[in-house]
Structures are given as C-alpha cells and as structure tokens.
Design a protein around this ligand. Sequence first.
Ligand code: ADP
Length: 396
Amino acid sequence: MSAVLVVNSGSSSFKYQLIDAESEVTLASGLVERIGEPTGGATHTDAAGERTSLELEIVDHTAGFAVMLEAFAASGVDVVADLVAVGHRVVQGGARFFEPTIITDLVRINIDELSGLAPLHNPANLAGIIAAQKAFPDVSHVAVFDTAFHQTMPPASYTYAIDAALAEKYRVRRYGFHGTSHRFVAHAAAEFVGRPVEDLRQIVLHLGNGASMCAVDGGRSIDTSMGMTPLEGLVMGTRSGDIDPAVLLYLQRRAGLSADEVDTLLNKRSGLLGLSGRGDMRDVQTAADAGDEAAKLALDVYVHRARSYIGAYLVELRGVDVISFTAGVGENSPLLRSRILAGLESFGIEIDPVLNTSPDRGARVISTENSRVTVLVVPTNEELEIARQTLAVVGG
Ligand code: ADP
C-alpha cells in the first residue's frame, strides 16, 4: 500500500489526513490542538471511523507529530512503511510559487521570506513542515500553495492601481487564496458534466467561513475575489470583504483606532458578525427567518456582494458554461444559492427549486433542463487535491 500524508498546520494546531495513493480513500485523519498550552488535545480517527482522543501537554509541533505517530501505532498502522510523500498546505506562495513544489532548504527559506505577506499563516505552515520533516525524514515533502492556482491571472486582474514602484518594492498585488479548492472544484465540475476543463468557462463560489469566487477560463484562474490578503472580496463570517480604503483612514483619524485595531475590526469583527452579531451563517439564517432585521440585512449585503462578482465574471469570461457552489454555505444553503442566482434567466441561468433543495450530498446539478448554464453543487476536498498534487510532483 502507498499513502500520502496531508498536513494543514496552524500556529497552535495541525490537521492531518492519510490518503491512499491509488483508491484516494482516507485511511486516517486527526487533529492536534492547543499546542503550547498546558493542556493540549489530540483526536485520531482510523479507517473504520473509530475515534480516539487524549489530553496531554504538547509543547511544540515536533511533540505534536510524536503524538500523531503514537496514535497511528496504537491503531495498528505502520504509517512510515506506507508513506510515499507528505503534502503541506501553505497559504502564501507569492509570485514565486505557481505549482506544487518539493520542499528543499531554499524553499523553506522562501516560504519564511513570504511571511511578511501572510504573518498569521506562513510561519505556522513552516512550523508544521519542519516538524513533519523531522518525523518523516526519508520521504519527499511537498508544499501546495493556496495562491498557486491564481498565478495564471493576467496583470490586469492582479494589479492594484497604486504607485507601481512602491507596489513592486513591497510586493503589493492581488494573489488570491482558496486556490486548491477552486482548482479541485473546477476539475470535478468538468468531470461531472463530462467535458474537458479546457473547453469550459466556469465560475466557482467557495462560500465557507472565509469566502471567495473565481473565474476559471479553460481550467485557468483569470480572476478571483480575494486579493493581497484573504480580506478582499465577498462578505465573510467575520471579514468585511471589499470596502472603500478611505474608511480605514477615516476610522484611524476620526475614531482614533490604531492600525492593529482596524486590522482586527475588518478581519475579526466585521462581515456577518459585524452586521448581525452572528458569524455563523446557520445562525444568521435562523435569526433572519425569525424576523431579525440586522440578520436580514446581513444576508442582503452578502447576496448583493456575491451577485456583483457573478456579473463581473460573466463579463470577464464572455459568458459562462458552469457555475459551482462549494464549502459550508455553498454546499448546504439552498436559500443562498437561489438568492445569489435569482432572476438571471435572461443570462441563461435557471435554478430548479426541487433539485436545489435535494438532500443529496454528492456533486449534483441544481439548474433546470432548460438552463443554458449548468449550475452545480460540488463538495470541495482540499486534502484530496493536496494529495493528488503531491503525488504528481513526486511521480507517484
Ligand atoms: P471554513 O472556511 O472554516 O472551512 P466551512 O466551509 O466549513 O468553513 O463553512 C462554514 C460555514 O458554513 C458557516 O458559516 C456555517 O454556518 C455554514 N453552514 C454549514 N451548514 C450550513 C447550512 N446547512 N446552512 C447554511 N450555512 C451552513
């Protein structure tokens, strides 16, 4: 048997998944959390769905990988023997990384250098890489970047209209995120409709806690709603998405907020949470159903923003063949799917209310037979995409 371990490392936790290289079945998954706190936690689920949890102090990521190895051993899996490679999610690859990349010393230095652009993410991803390389020194480790899929965006999409020299010096441009998910969904959608991805113009809506949209032309990202950071674009659980940049300056000058306070405001206290006091879409929908005006407005703003991007991408792509919804909200909220695409029959987009509310979980069509544009729900699987890209690089 050969398997790929997929690692998604945060600053105080990491998730992992062991995926069979051939069948693509998940052989085990787990979460190591509260690293560096007095009581850490580890949960491991084996192939049969059997879950074990324990609490213990986990001083750093290296100790976390030791805990993970013990969990594999306890469930009778010789993970080292089966492993062909480890795939790591890395958030920011800058303009340097446009494809999955085998992690060498130089690549590690590059990922570290890009920390200025992603201070919350790249150092945490790197901590996971270093610990995993110690735990599995004999296999290749591959970095799969959230930004890589969007490196095909043309300059007109990724350039901010500011002083060009300043932008270049500080690498200020749009990078886009969720690339692994957008790529997975665009390919899965093409397979689902039975056409080559090269022939399709697609719009992908990744609507989770974080949310972004992507215009995919022939399998290549030509535009996406997130920018230099994941703050730009759609209304999210706690992020504002697009906002007049002058608002930031106004709040600093008039409300006396510091730069850090504005950062926290826009990233952690805005979006659905800022508008309605609830950051979770289920809670917002429930409150709106009960007549809560703030929750209704939050939904209205959320839908309005997503529709603006639908319009933009319809024009950029000169028409669209497939629109796919994915992630927590996209996969589970018929209400938001129907509101985002309401009244677009003249653009060939027509949702079938019965299909849209079907309880099915897999990839499925939700447009009518007459709809010129095929509208799909496609469950995303970023871990599987990372495993596939990792295998492609190591030649598995
Ligand atoms: P993350 O970005 O953290 O991976 P997810 O993709 O899991 O997020 O999406 C989480 C979001 O999906 C939350 O806002 C949650 O409320 C929303 N969600 C999950 N199930 C439903 C549902 N049935 N209806 C509406 N929203 C849902």
